[in-house]
Write a protein that binds this ligand. Structure first.
Ligand code: GDP
Ligand code: MN
Length: 304
């Protein structure tokens, strides 16, 4: 018996096109998960991109909450992969447990959104995304879809819709549904402020910062006057409208795998005074890949 055979992959045969279903392109859906929401899983199952082309990757913290989310996730995976209809089953699923400490911040929305907690939190998020990415990206991966664990509603055609624009990096607009007590009906509001176009003010603020300081979006204390994707949505506006961006959020973000293969990751440190997904956009730009956003193409965040 000779040595084990060498498997050769020609990366130039891995296509990345605007019609990924027709070209049978493999996609990796990556989700950092602190909490498990059934609506996230149900929405994932409804995605109508062929599931046999989808690999799922998760990373969860080793906390009490993380343990609970892991067992809830495993239960749903069992059900789908072993007992559910054939067409629902995914190609493969990988679950990682974080080998570094979670940020010592509560997962409750009011706590985790406090400005003082942001740097540590975003650092941990960046490391979680990097671990997940570097352990799961394979030689046949064409696309990576970053999908947060609290995205509970998207179009079933999310992957096809985002890919159809043929952009290296493209992000949906993340909103949140809520009950409006005045109008006595459901309404929606912008949720994710991490997708934006830069401003002179923000660039000037960055110039005056120390080497480890970071700019954050969505805080009155740090008014940047950036143009936010969250506020570019217009009633009745075209879902196909595409705008270039300088920063992106990671809630529902489609990336051509080559962008990551080139080395674009989520800096867990100040990179041009940006961190995590916003730093990723900057790093991709430095590598020659332009990020884009879709103002009128919405996905919905869980409402705590
Ligand atoms: P926000 O919506 O901007 O407040 O950010 P989230 O707290 O929702 O975090 C973004 C994503 O990362 C979600 O999918 C969370 O479940 C997940 N997440 C948050 N904190 C951690 C963590 O410490 N470790 C891991 N692995 N995932 C996390
Ligand atoms: Mn969230």
């Amino acid at each position: 018996q000779g040595p084990p055979p060498v498997t050769r992959y020609n990366l130039n045969k891995v296509t990345v096109t605007s019609d990924p279903v027709r070209n049978q392109e493999h996609i990796l859906i990556l989700t950092p998960m602190a909490r498990f929401y059934q609506q996230y899983w149900d929405n994932l199952l409804r995605l109508n991109y062929p599931h046999e082309l989808i690999t799922l990757g998760f990373i969860l913290p080793k906390t009490k909450e993380g343990n609970q989310a892991t067992s809830q996730l495993q239960q749903q995976i069992q059900k789908t992969q072993n007992y559910g209809p054939e067409k629902d089953r995914f190609k493969s699923i990988i679950i990682l447990r974080q080998d570094f400490d979670p940020a010592v911040v509560s997962q409750d929305e009011s706590e985790r959104h406090k400005l003082v907690n942001q740097k540590a939190r975003r650092e941990v998020m960046a490391k979680a995304r990097n671990s997940l990415l570097f352990t799961t990206l394979g030689p046949s991966t064409s696309w990576v879809l970053w999908l947060d664990a609290d995205i509970v509603e998207t179009a079933p055609t999310l992957i096809q819709d985002l890919a159809s624009h043929d952009k290296p990096i493209i992000v949906a607009n993340c909103f949140q549904k809520y009950y409006d007590p005045k109008a006595k009906e459901m309404a929606e509001r912008p949720y994710d402020f991490n997708s934006w176009q830069d401003s002179e003010t923000a660039l000037k603020m960055a110039e005056q910062m120390g080497p480890d300081d970071i700019l954050l979006e969505g805080y009155a204390e740090l008014a940047t006057y950036r143009t936010l994707l969250a506020y570019m949505a217009t009633p009745g506006g075209s879902k196909d409208l595409v705008v270039p961006l300088d920063g992106v959020g990671g809630t529902a973000l489609l990336v051509k795998a080559d962008v990551h293969r080139d080395g674009a990751m989520f800096p867990p440190f100040a990179f041009y005074h940006l961190i995590e997904s916003e730093g990723f956009a900057k790093m991709a730009k430095r590598l020659g890949w332009q990020p884009y956003g879709l103002p009128n193409y919405k996905v919905y965040h869980y409402n705590e």
